[in-house]
Design a protein around this ligand. Structure first.
Ligand SMILES: Cc1cc2nc3c(=O)[nH]c(=O)nc-3n(C[C@H](O)[C@H](O)[C@H](O)COP(=O)(O)OP(=O)(O)OC[C@H]3O[C@@H](n4cnc5c(N)ncnc54)[C@H](O)[C@@H]3O)c2cc1C
Length: 470
């Protein structure tokens, strides 16, 4: 029987395990996870006393990516899928210390002067953004910085107050250092298909385009018990197979060659060291860690991904702390020039029906983005106090939070830099050429979203299986 190791017990590693299990009955699997729990960034906070189920980490999955629903259905959880509340449509952006509605338009791209209300953009800033419709196509052939690309098309003011908080915010990144091709290649398709971003925004906001016939689901989905229940179901499947040895608190330190096989060197949380021989490996961990571990086997081209630390702060209020507008809000974004500790909030109980009882309002604040993460040095208490103070000031909350929780994510968010995809391709090609039974997958490579991670884990498992059967 062949043995395959999966390194990393986040959603990528778990998806790889399930694919290995479903594809070949003659493979034994060893799953190594350095921390004391499986799931990686996925962490649902469940507080039965308060009746809240709220995410500390990822909040939802993009429904249009097939891997999300495929995973949920394969786990028998289709009945548990939850859509966002249809009335929670309003996203705000902070300007000059106040909340302004996000411009009406696809991705906040205005398509006529009525899309933006002052003071979010000045008259000159709005006029500059609308001018984009008259620019020549002029699309980059190679990669470009997302910021430079958008600044040239829509102007600095739109980028600083709309584009950066929205598009770079997903990566906790700096828009001027992110790769266009690796983060928002969709923008190029929009221009190719519609002639400009402004025209694309107008076309996509037309009532005929906004209707999604046959779909009762929202653009983002989650499950009733929170995303940890997806992880729990994956782990349950893996355990019940009887073919996976799960080692929690087991950090893979190095891998060496052992004839045609690989020898793993593992340190446990209790200070033991042991070795294990395997025929194939899926590395579902950050690129730099994987590269270091395999350095005595292969000098892998460096993917050079910066990982940004962040924190989330869940703030639970009495529902009476806010006026009726809260029901229509899905959250707000904080542009860098506003100089606040929080970078954005999601109004979890307005957005999702399963998060809290009617008597409570749950807001989640984010802290930390590239070049603006000083607040992460604060203690948990100070960070929570600061987040509550900023949220209270912006929303006009009439009461203080009744409960709060800080969760830190150290070096959590990959920021794909210029040329990222070419570097990933070089690393993958080097592995295929020299070590075809080793594969790399996960948020550091080809997409940070949960569906992208699932897909990468499955693909890496297929690759390893093909190599060990050859
Ligand atoms: C605050 C936050 C909000 C997010 N929101 C969303 C969202 O709403 N929607 C969405 O789709 N995505 C979201 N994401 C992104 C998404 O959560 C991640 O990209 C995804 O969970 C990463 O999964 P992964 O398995 O690749 O990596 P991880 O979850 O990081 O798992 C890697 C695992 O490998 C382990 N490991 C590392 N080194 C070793 C070693 N040497 N030996 C053994 N084990 C090791 C780690 O302990 C970890 O458990 C969010 C992320 C964060 C932090």
């Amino acid at each position: 029987m062949k043995r395959v190791a999966v390194v990393g017990g986040g959603i990528t590693g778990l998806a790889a395990c399930l694919r290995l299990l479903s594809s070949d009955a003659n493979v034994q699997i060893l799953l190594y996870e350095a921390s004391d729990r499986l799931g990686g960034r996925v962490q649902t906070i469940r507080e039965p006393d308060l009746g809240i189920t709220v995410e500390a980490g990822p909040d939802s999955m993009l429904a249009r990516k097939p891997a999300a629903m495929r995973l949920i259905e394969s786990l028998g959880m289709a009945e548990d899928v939850v859509s966002t509340r249809p009335e929670a449509t309003e996203t705000y952006i902070v300007r000059d210390g106040g909340l302004c509605p996000m411009p009406k338009g696809y991705l906040g791209i205005p398509f006529d002067p009525s899309c933006v209300r002052p003071p979010l953009l000045t008259e000159a800033g709005l006029a500059r953004a609308l001018e984009e419709e008259r620019l020549p196509l002029d699309l980059p052939e190679d990669d470009a910085a997302l910021g430079a690309f958008l600044r040239a098309r829509l102007g600095d003011e739109w980028v600083n107050y709309v584009g950066e908080p929205l598009m770079a915010g997903i990566y906790a990144g700096d828009i001027d250092q992110l790769s266009l091709m690796a983060t928002w290649p969709l923008l190029l398709d929009l221009i190719r298909n519609h002639g400009s971003l402004v025209a694309a925004s107008r076309a996509l906001m037309a009532p005929s385009s906004r209707r999604q016939p046959g779909s009762s689901r929202s653009a983002f989905i989650t499950v009733r018990g929170g995303l940890s229940s997806v992880i729990e179901r994956m782990v349950d499947r893996i355990e019940r197979s009887g073919r996976v040895e799960i080692r929690i608190g087991a950090r893979v330190g190095a891998v060496t060659r052992r004839g045609a096989a690989y020898r793993f060197h593992i340190d446990t949380a209790s200070g033991e060291r042991f070795e294990e021989d395997v025929d194939g490996v899926v590395f579902a961990i950050p690129p730099q860690v994987a590269r270091e571990i395999m350095s005595s086997v292969i000098d892998l081209p460096d993917v050079e991904t910066h990982y940004q630390s962040t924190a989330t702060i869940v703030l639970v209020y009495a529902r009476t702390a806010f006026g009726p507008d809260l029901a229509r809000a899905s959250g707000f974004l904080v542009p860098r020039p506003e100089g606040m500790a929080i970078t954005a909030t999601t109004w979890m109980s307005s957005k999702w029906p399963h998060v809290a009882p009617e008597s409570l309002a749950v807001i989640r604040a984010y802290v930390g983005r590239r070049h603006q993460d000083e607040a992460l040095a604060l203690s948990d208490d100070e960070l929570a106090r600061r987040a509550a103070e900023e949220v209270g000031r912006l929303t006009g909350a009439r009461e203080h939070p009744v409960w709060l929780r800080v969760t830190r994510f150290s070096e959590a968010m990959p920021n794909y830099g210029l040329g990222h995809l070419a570097r990933v391709e070089r690393a993958e090609a080097a592995l295929r050429a020299s070590c075809p039974a080793m594969a790399i997958a996960g948020a550091g490579y080809r997409g940070v979203g949960l569906p992208d991670c699932v897909e990468q884990g499955e693909r890496a498992a297929d690759q390893v299986l093909a190599a060990i059967r050859a």
